[in-house]
Design a protein around this ligand. Structure first.
Ligand code: ASP
Length: 319
């Protein structure tokens, strides 16, 4: 009998039947000048509700035995479909009044990744990024080629008007020609029950950006990175700095090569290097042991976390 029990244990450990880790989901909805004074209570509640919905959507994937990459996509599509965030519907307008969206995704299990930049029509850019990863021989597609690829694999497409909300258009009109800096990107990082890490990021980029400008969000290593041996990271902030400082990869590399904890690596990069350089923004990250970080050097960051078996927790300000 004891023999039989040991054989079953042995087989289970090879079939993935063992839950090794408690899963963790962390999301962000952009960093910036987010303070109680700038955000009316009614509007804050809308953000809170939508962030919760995104966490619960990832939770239902993981609760049913799903893997990290599926949970990342589940959370990000909820945020892309909401006009509140600067991703998918509600993305900011560039200097020419158009929406140009970027997204990327990475699987820490095999370092596979996919990204799209400057897409105009795919309803959920994160799904296009995933399709590039899984259904093309490439990592990164841009512009019309990326939209056409997304359509060719059966993803939902929309006219440009779908993405432009009245609120964004009004802000665009008001701010035209003024140098401004507005964030609202969305991202998700997940540790699943099998020890897999995954990260994804989706954005309309910086408001009033130049036509054709690409930020960090679709750049693997800058805005998104995941490696099962270290951590999964999704960034938000002033993309040019995040690209130059290879922020997402830097955090992973500090853990891998210098043995830093996630907390120390994130703080070193965001509150140290980046802040000194004048780069504003933040990150969400989770490591292979389920430790997570939501570090930012701005006044606030829309963010939330859900640990297996617990309720979602949402934060916005610098608390
Ligand atoms: N990082 C994004 C970009 O530079 C913007 C943001 O996160 O708000 O395109």
């Amino acid at each position: 009998m004891r023999h039989y029990f040991l054989v079953v244990l042995f087989l289970l450990s090879f079939s993935g039947g063992f839950s090794q880790s408690k899963y963790v989901v962390v999301i962000h909805g952009g960093a910036g000048n987010i303070t109680p004074a700038n955000l009316p209570a009614k509007r804050a509640l809308l953000y809170k509700t939508k962030l919760k919905e995104a966490l619960l959507s990832a939770d239902s994937v993981l609760k049913n035995g799903g893997v990290a990459i599926d949970a990342v996509v589940a959370a990000i599509t909820v945020l892309e479909d909401s006009p509140l965030f600067n991703a998918g519907k509600g993305a900011v307008l560039n200097a020419e009044g158009q929406v140009e969206m970027d997204a990327s995704i990475m699987n820490g299990k095999d370092l596979n990744a996919g990204a799209v930049a400057n897409v105009h029509h795919v309803k959920n850019p994160i799904l296009a990024a995933r399709a590039v990863m899984e259904k093309s021989p490439h990592v990164f597609l841009a512009c019309r080629g990326a939209d056409e690829f997304a359509e060719s694999v059966g993803l939902e497409m929309r006219d440009s008007a779908y993405f432009v909300t009245e609120r964004r258009y009004k802000i665009f009109k008001k701010l035209k020609k003024k140098e401004i800096d507005k964030h609202g990107t969305v991202g998700c990082v997940v540790l699943d029950s099998y020890g897999n890490l995954a990260a994804g990021t989706s954005t309309g980029g910086m408001m009033m950006k130049s036509f054709g400008r690409v930020g960090d969000s679709p750049v693997i290593g800058a805005g998104t990175y995941a490696d099962n041996n270290t951590c999964a990271v999704s960034c938000t902030g002033h993309g040019e700095f995040f690209i130059r400082y290879a922020v997402a990869y830097d955090i992973s590399a500090l853990m891998k090569y210098k043995g830093l904890t996630l907390k120390n690596a994130a703080s070193f990069v965001i509150n140290g290097k980046l802040k000194k350089a004048g780069g504003e923004g933040g990150i969400i990250a989770v490591d292979k042991n389920g430790n997570f970080s939501m570090t930012f050097n701005t006044e606030g960051m829309f963010r939330g976390v859900l640990k297996e078996g617990n309720s979602p927790e949402i934060f916005m300000y610098g608390d």
